[in-house]
Write a protein that binds this ligand. Sequence first.
Ligand code: HAM
Length: 442
Amino acid sequence: MTALRAIRGMNDILPPDAGWWREIESRITRVLANYGYQEIRLPIVESTQVFSRSIGDTTDIVQKEMYTFTDRNGDSLTLRPEGTASCVRAVLENGLLQTPQRLFYMGPMFRHERPQKGRYRQFHQVGVEAFGMDGPDIDAEMILMTSQLWKALGLNQLRLEINTLGTPAVRAQYRDRLVEYFSDHLDQLDPDSLSRLTRNPMRILDSKNPALKALITNAPRLVDSLDDESTAHFLSVRAVLDAAQISYRVNPHLVRGLDYYSKTVFEWITDELGAQGTVCAGGRYDGLVEQMGGRPTPAVGFAMGIERLIELIPGRPEVRTDADLYVIGATVSEKPTALAAAETLRTAYPDLRTLCHCGAEGLKSQMKRADRSGALVAIIIGADEYAAGEVTLKPLRGQGEQCRVTREKMASALGPLVERTQEISPLTGVLAQSIRSIPGGN
Ligand code: HAM
């Protein structure tokens, strides 16, 4: 039989990495909550139209990257390639747009791209969307918030690029000028750009092909045909960034790969991940809510790729995987008492990891496993202990003394043996770090 394998580009996140992911997610959500964002949980599968009507028919995502299938009812469904369209569908469907909203979501997204380092077919985003605010202040505040996020994650190698895409009318005119310009230089375009020429000419500006660099540099610039409103909006965003001393580069060729943007767009980029250097990207999308059937509602948002962030975060701490307490019932006769004792200990010490040995091994091999588990103390119930209503506490680390106590006193007697400094992550209650200290230990 051939071995079963995960789908190419879709990864397992194993322990202890999963603990590290949880810690990163909790640091991120803490910053988002600090700015007043509330979590929204969205389905992973949506009607295909949710994406085809929003992301743009001519984008790479809709044209060739969506996981689309027909379900048993004959409906066309799609695994979400991004979260903005789902979020707009959800706020519309649930009538949340009566007042301004600051929302975030996180979870897996799916795109059938060619997998490589930093680019996967199932990847994870934290996405942020703000609805009902049309001023440049919210655009700027969002960028300030991303900057706080990098601080919380210990990232200092990211650079910010910003641009404005103007209003949809300005973009439509600009698109025509670009098609004209690139059509005059057809011989210089690579196959990718040729295919984009009619579908999505602004994406040619995004090309990473060095052979196209000069052609792109000399292309007409959107900034030269911007309307006054978009220019004023952009200048106000920049003024906030300047006042907050956030460094950035205005990149007139930053266009983004999804069609719904207007006015401000931005990306945080690193040079440390090769071609997949964009770790966070977003912008304003004032037309999308109306396009998806709602009243005109200004909106702005961004999403960051967790795989890319995790790759960059320095000093990845060891996530603890070992047990704290290991409960042993010497034979099958003591097993029920051992399981009950473990329950008592979990209630008394909810932040410790209490393992009760499961399986039919004898006392000696159970003791070996207890030792290998990294536990501080083994709680042993043999025939003698069972008969006397007692347990043996055997310190496995440091130099504490072995002792026998009644089952009633077990939890309190363990206290001095398992004293530790604990730092509980406030949002998730995850035991983020613990430092062992056993009386007499080192
Ligand atoms: P996006 O630029 O398509 O925007 O994706 C945002 C981020 O997701 C990227 O910068 C990258 O870090 C990560 N990402 C995208 N594709 C992959 C992949 N195949 N593998 C690993 N990471 C990936 C959006 O999705 C918009 N919804 C952002 C937004 C929210 N705009 C407004 N609101």
